[in-house]
Design a protein around this ligand. Structure first.
Ligand code: HEC
Length: 147
């Protein structure tokens, strides 16, 4: 009887861990998706000319982006050990082997956002490309394609 109870307890703990890991992976993906909404949904569209340049909207998106980027080290504190189900991209296990280096990629993004001098579509493009290069600098090492 004791053994059965123990087995049930072990199973329950195992299931909770899997759910928690999925939640962690989803939170991490949601943070990146929020960044993508500012970066591509707002700024990228203006850069491409799909939407007209709007200084207030650009400044708002840059501010939201800076706030989200600042959360990366904390949101990625835990290793979910698995990607979000059906996701295209996932976090490389290298992040948690080298968390200090991963976190060290963040200030460069914040600086590129802070340095943005946006007055028109042309200057927005310069800022956009500078920020994108810093996003890529982390993705190149720490983001893996799952499918
Ligand atoms: C310090 C590292 C780091 C930085 C900086 C970073 N990312 Fe990511 N990003 C990741 C990792 C790791 C993943 C894969 C795991 C995930 O999706 O959570 C990812 C995934 C993504 C994805 C795919 C999300 C999906 O739908 O699966 C997008 C979009 C993205 N990042 C946008 C950005 C943008 C835009 C910036 C710059 C403003 C940025 N990221 C900066 C680490 C970073």
């Amino acid at each position: 009887m004791k053994r059965v109870l123990l087995a049930a307890a072990v199973l329950a703990v195992g299931a909770t861990t899997v759910v928690a890991q999925q939640e962690v992976a989803i939170q991490q993906q949601n943070l990146m998706k929020a960044q993508a909404r500012s970066m591509y949904g707002v700024l990228g569209k203006m850069v491409k000319g799909d939407t007209p340049f709007d200084k207030a909207a650009a400044d708002g998106a840059l501010k939201a982006l800076a706030d989200d980027v600042a959360k990366i080290p904390t949101v990625f504190a835990t290793n979910p050990k698995e990607g979000v189900k059906d996701a295209t991209f996932g976090a490389s296990q290298k992040i948690w082997q080298n968390k200090a280096d991963f976190d060290a990629k963040v200030p460069a993004v914040t600086k590129a956002i802070g340095d943005a001098k946006v007055t028109d579509a042309a200057s927005l493009k310069v800022a956009f490309d500078a920020v994108q290069a810093k996003c890529d600098s982390c993705h190149d090492t720490y983001r893996v394609k799952l499918k």
